[in-house]
Design a protein around this ligand. Structure first.
Ligand SMILES: [Zn+2]
Length: 265
């Protein structure tokens, strides 16, 4: 397999993957890209059972009763096998989720150097030792698998401070959405999800090749936005795509990118 593989588990909430393909190929013209629904990539019943248990492990707190664990495992199995199950926004530990997905990549015979991206409609969080807290993430990068959380695009970067102040003051959400229109990405905004996904896919590829997915330039698709307005500026309003420094890195390392992403010769 000489491809970048998208595993789609966003259940209709994800990006227009054809458009993300085209955008990615504008940087890597020879790159072959394949899309597969997660349900088609699961393989055996054993993989499903194991995945369901590991997913529960990645979201359960210690001390939960065995009967609740059983119910959660059943919920995860049903979610995995029924692609019409639209349950979204459940919160998981992102690194545990990545680890749980390893057998799926193994079953797909992912080879060294291939890159895989899972689009999910679930929320991923990672623990930060510095402030001892979990933080929601738009994406978690690893090799070969990166996760892009489409609900994380909406929930992880913070909305404008004034939004929260006005919300605390009791202003109804529909009024706030009207007042702050265009300053944060909301559910159902497929165009925005698609634009953000383009940049997050580039981050995943840069991580796979250089080990560094992010850029400090706010006008670069690799910028790691912590605020919705930064995300919109770097991914939607940004017309230059990559910053000059990353365009140069891409050009200089073209051979490495080809090698790692396995361009056809
Ligand atoms: Zn950059």
């Amino acid at each position: 397999m000489k491809e970048l593989i998208f595993i789609d588990d966003a259940r209709g909430m994800g990006p227009d993957t054809d458009e993300v393909f085209k955008y990615t190929q504008s940087f890597f013209p020879c790159l072959k890209i394949k899309k597969i629904l997660l349900v088609k990539a699961l393989g055996s019943k054993r993989t499903v059972d194991s995945l369901a248990e590991k997913f529960v492990g990645s979201k359960m707190c210690a001390g939960v009763s065995p009967s609740i664990v059983e119910k959660e495992i059943l919920f995860e199995k049903n979610r995995l096998l029924d692609d019409k199950n639209k349950s979204f926004g459940n919160l998981y530990d992102g690194f545990s989720y990545l680890e749980a997905m390893a057998p799926v990549c193994g079953g797909m015979k992912i080879r060294r150097g291939d890159a895989v991206i899972l689009f999910t409609n679930q929320l991923m969080a990672t623990y930060d030792e510095a402030d001892k807290r979990y933080h929601l993430r738009t994406a978690i990068h690893s090799v070969p698998l990166s996760i892009i959380s489409v609900t994380g695009i909406i929930e992880a970067p913070a909305k404008p401070r004034e939004y929260y102040l006005k919300k605390q003051a009791g202003i109804p959400e529909h009024e706030l959405k009207a007042e702050f229109a265009g300053r944060f990405i909301d559910y159902g905004d497929k165009r925005a999800i698609t634009e953000c996904s383009k940049g997050l896919v580039l981050q995943a590829i840069f991580y796979a090749v250089t080990g560094e997915p992010f850029c400090e330039n706010k006008k670069c698709r690799l910028f790691n936005a912590h605020w919705q307005e930064e995300l919109i500026a770097s991914q939607i309003k940004n017309r230059q795509g990559l910053c000059p420094a990353h365009k140069k890195i891409l050009e200089d390392a073209k051979k490495d990118f080809c090698k790692v992403i396995r361009f056809p010769s």
